[in-house]
Design a binder for this molecule. Sequence first.
Ligand code: ATP
Ligand code: MG
Length: 349
Amino acid sequence: GVLAAQRRSAELEHLIREHPERFRVLTGDRPTGQLHLGHYFGTLHNRVRLQDLGAEMMVLIADYQVLTDRDFADRLTDHVEGLVLDYLAIGIDPERATIFTHSAIPALNQLLLPFLSLISVAELSRNPTVKDEIAHSRQAAVSGLMFTYPAHQAADILFCKANLVPVGQDQLPHLEVTRTIARRFNNRYGNGGNPVFPEPDALLSAAPLLLGTDGTKMSKSRSNAIALAATTDETAKLIRGAKTDSDRHITYDPATRPEVSSLVLLAALCLDCDPHQVADDIGSRGAGALKATVTEAVNGYLAPIRARRAQYAQDRGYIRQVLYHGNERATAIAEATLKEVRAAMNALY
Ligand code: ATP
Ligand code: MG
């Protein structure tokens, strides 16, 4: 599980530093709302770092996947353009990175047919993240789209032969499905020592599961998130309302004090220091002092990001242009892979 993935991530860090050019990175987000600090410290910060180290970066806006747990994709244009603004604001560079929308790449989705044939219903049923998302879903019944979600993600990742996926902890079971599908495809259709797909690795950050203000996973859909784009006042208010406990002495102990520890961690990430140090500095001054520290740290950290975001927001034409070029590039990659897949399968007219 998580421990193994963390060990593997540490190994990968070395490989990336030595040979960034060997890595093609794919990650993405659903356009269901604004990106938040869970995204930032879970995956976005790693994306920028990998891009700057020289790895190739693909960023997918998973618009079809909005429909996995809701009936309509509300305010889709706003959300998609908002994601692009967030990416640009944090330092994703569209000259080096490919930012694209899922629904604009039909060749990518064609991979779903062979991929679905490589995974069993039992395997899909066992996926703990799908179970969790079903539990939080806004829909009464589980749709086929929700059920097959991990297979879509396999297509999203493998269409460009990405070998590295910087994600939060909730994505590890999905990534395992992607690896299984890649392996089975290669075994079944690869000619000898010539695999068609890599088996991609997850890259976890130091905060693979940041909790929200209610003490559960910070999530766009759970009203517990601090958005990157929130104002300083909104941020202060959200943090003031965050759940804590009755012990005035602040410590960092994620296993026994998840809510307090998650606030401590947030301050430490923003201040780039050790969470135990943050807790020691606050000592017995209680949750109020902790929240004041967190608010100042978060608002300070996000200030330049928010300023850049406001600037980019003035030019919607540019945002659409970024997507247009990203979609063109992703289409070319998807079509090349699909051609290769059809040739390998040697079974289609
Ligand atoms: P939704 O509620 O719509 O599912 P979400 O907040 O879970 O939204 P996603 O778009 O599903 O966000 O996830 C995008 C990426 O961010 C994934 O790699 C996911 O693992 C990561 N991520 C999301 N929330 C967190 C979190 N709280 N801590 C660490 N990583 C996170
Ligand atoms: Mg999610």
